[in-house]
Write a protein that binds this ligand. Structure first.
Ligand code: NI
Length: 224
């Protein structure tokens, strides 16, 4: 499932991120790409040693964690990797798939879900669409500043060349309690149905049966 979340960031959070990033120094994005993705990654990103990184990661983590759709659709176990990227004119990120495993040592995580939060007003730059080759075909996204898209990390994707202006974005990865995207989708649908039933008719026998099934599937599928 491709999930867009409009206005994930509050206006204050967006303002803090954009003003901080506008004054920050960026390094070559190839430093954090896999050996194959390096061939097509032409952008810049905030250095992993930059002291402002912790504050920005905390801000983004909070915004994701408080959103109910993020919880029910993604079933996050851990949001483990954050990148803040800057695309100037001529920069792009060609077609690639994200690394399946990230981190090192005893801090290794699976990438189950990838997210991008658009940080620049789309009217201020040309190009820079995020293009995702998903199960429903190829779709291009250029969202309002502060809005996010989440998609299975197993999908091929690319960022179109920026031909005017500057495109800032925050991207990152989640290890989900439910590794299989199809199982995540089924749980999401079941959860939506039981909540709707509850709203309409309260705690009926049907609600109890669906809730039992939801809980038992979660018990079978969840991985920590
Ligand atoms: Ni990617």
């Amino acid at each position: 499932m491709l999930l867009t979340i409009a206005d994930l960031l509050s206006p204050e959070e967006l303002a803090e991120l954009t003003s901080t990033l506008a004054a920050a120094e960026f390094v070559d994005g190839k430093l954090t790409a896999g050996w194959h993705a390096q061939l097509v990654k032409q952008n810049t990103q905030l250095s992993k040693d930059d002291p402002i990184l912790d504050r920005l990661c905390q801000l983004v983590r909070t915004s994701l964690n408080r959103h109910p759709l993020f919880q029910t659709a993604i079933q996050p176990s851990i949001i483990h990797t954050f990148l803040f990227s800057r695309y100037d004119v001529g920069m792009s990120y060609g077609l690639h798939v994200d690394n399946a495993l990230m981190g090192s040592g005893d801090r290794r995580y699976r990438s189950d879900v990838s997210w991008t939060i658009f940080l620049s007003d789309p009217a201020t730059y040309t190009g820079g669409e995020l293009v995702i080759e998903g199960s429903e075909g190829v779709q291009a996204f250029k969202l309002k500043a502060g809005s996010a898209i989440l998609y299975p990390s197993s999908f091929l994707h690319r960022v179109e060349s920026v031909t005017e202006g500057v495109r800032f974005a925050a991207v990152g990865w989640v290890q989900s309690l439910i590794r299989d995207p199809a199982q995540r989708d089924m749980l999401f649908d079941l959860d939506a149905v039981r909540r709707s039933l509850f709203q309409k008719e309260g705690k009926t026998t049907e609600f109890d049966l669906i809730t039992k099934t939801y809980a038992n599937l979660l018990r079978q599928w969840a991985e920590f």
